[in-house]
Write a protein that binds this ligand. Structure first.
Ligand code: FES
Length: 157
């Protein structure tokens, strides 16, 4: 992408900032992806600077966003936590903002609403193949404890 296209990334960021979204980094990355712009190093540095985030955290989150639309045979559902702790930390706001972006991106994953992803203190939490977006810091965490192989499920879409 040429530098001439870079104002598009900045324009998306500025619009997200103007909306005063509670979880702006993941939404900005989704909209950049929807806009057909690359989630490359320059984009990651631009997003990180705009939201005062560590570039390595934004890079992990950008890969997580890209994975949402990567064709994967037998893809697992996307697990979104709707339990008490995550709801107190803004799960509804996150889901209201994120789910339309998933649709706009053409995310082929089904969405399953679950009871807990064991990241309560960092949530709201969304699990993509064991990589968990946590809204508290807007970064990706992993739960590699062997006893935690599946989230608690209490509903399904
Ligand atoms: S309540 Fe959401 S991760 Fe535990």
């Amino acid at each position: 992408m040429s530098d001439a296209a870079r104002p598009d990334v900045k324009g998306i960021i500025h619009r997200v900032i103007a909306e005063k979204l509670r979880f702006p980094v993941v939404i900005a990355l989704c909209r950049i992806r929807v806009g057909g712009l690359p989630l490359d190093d320059l984009t990651i540095r631009t997003v990180a600077a705009a939201f005062s985030k560590q570039p390595n955290h934004v890079a992990e989150l950008a890969d997580w966003v890209a994975s949402l639309v990567r064709p994967t045979p037998d893809a697992r559902p996307l697990y979104i936590c709707e339990s008490v702790s995550c709801c107190a930390r803004g799960a509804k706001e996150l889901h209201d903002a994120l789910l339309p972006e998933l649709e706009a991106m053409g995310c082929p994953r089904s969405v399953r609403r679950v009871h807990c992803l064991d990241q309560c203190e960092y949530g709201p939490s969304v699990d993509l193949d064991g990589r968990i977006y946590v809204g508290g810091e807007e970064c990706i965490r992993r739960d590699e404890r062997p006893w935690r192989s599946e989230p608690f499920v209490h509903g399904e879409e």
